[in-house]
Design a binder for this molecule. Structure first.
Ligand SMILES: [Zn+2]
Length: 206
């Protein structure tokens, strides 16, 4: 489907390596990941295996839908056009990441897994709440935005501010190449990215 999703030989090893990354050590709770080999990997500390598997499947579907949508295809094209390369994503799933996260890219720079934050609430519900915070009625728009943001991290953008700049420029270009309601929609997302860029500068300079 996409060169973005690679299929390593040693996915279970990769996943256990990724789960040992220092940035994840602060989270004690579990999750589940569906590898690109089609297998489901449940982290040993999962305290609700069934819910984690359900949510991992929902997240995988969300990402697949994104990659076959216009926005997803355009984003992959845009990123390559800018000379950026995606860190291969070897699995998609979910992990309990505390309160204030919707999704995250867990990466060691060689490989990555893309997870939603479960912690009792699925990607759909979290995205809906995020959309409400920005006064958006269209949850799908917000969902596209969330995946675009995480894939911008996979394209090598580390800080939140530089990630939002890339996302903002992408939606601005999409808006320039469209018209009417569609254009309006992309402009709204570009302005949300701009807002989040400002917030990131403020919190990153603290
Ligand atoms: Zn981010």
């Amino acid at each position: 489907m996409s060169t973005l999703l690679s299929h390593p030989k040693t996915i279970d090893e990769t996943l256990s390596n990724l789960y040992l990354l220092p940035q994840l050590q602060q989270y004690s709770m579990g999750g589940a990941v569906i590898g690109n080999d089609g297998q489901t990997y449940i982290s040993p500390d999962s305290d609700r295996k069934y819910a984690h598997i359900q949510e991992a499947q929902a997240m995988k579907q969300t990402v697949n839908n994104y990659l076959s949508s216009k926005v997803g295809k355009e984003f992959v094209r845009y990123t390559k056009e800018k000379g950026k390369h995606f860190t291969p994503i070897v699995g998609i799933g979910t992990k309990d990441l505390g309160e204030n996260t919707v999704a995250a890219l867990i990466t060691n720079d060689l490989e990555a897994i893309l997870v939603s934050n479960y912690d009792g609430k699925g990607i759909e519900q979290r995205t809906k709440e995020m959309a409400q915070n920005y006064g958006l009625l269209d949850t799908q728009m917000m969902l596209d935005y969330v995946i675009t943001h995480e894939l911008a991290h996979a394209a090598g953008y580390k800080s939140e501010a530089e990630t939002e700049v890339f996302v903002k420029d992408f939606y601005t270009q999409l808006a320039q190449n469209s018209s009417g309601k569609e254009q309006e929609k992309y402009l709204v997302l570009a302005s949300i990215a701009g807002l989040r860029e400002e917030q990131a500068y403020q919190s990153e300079s603290n």
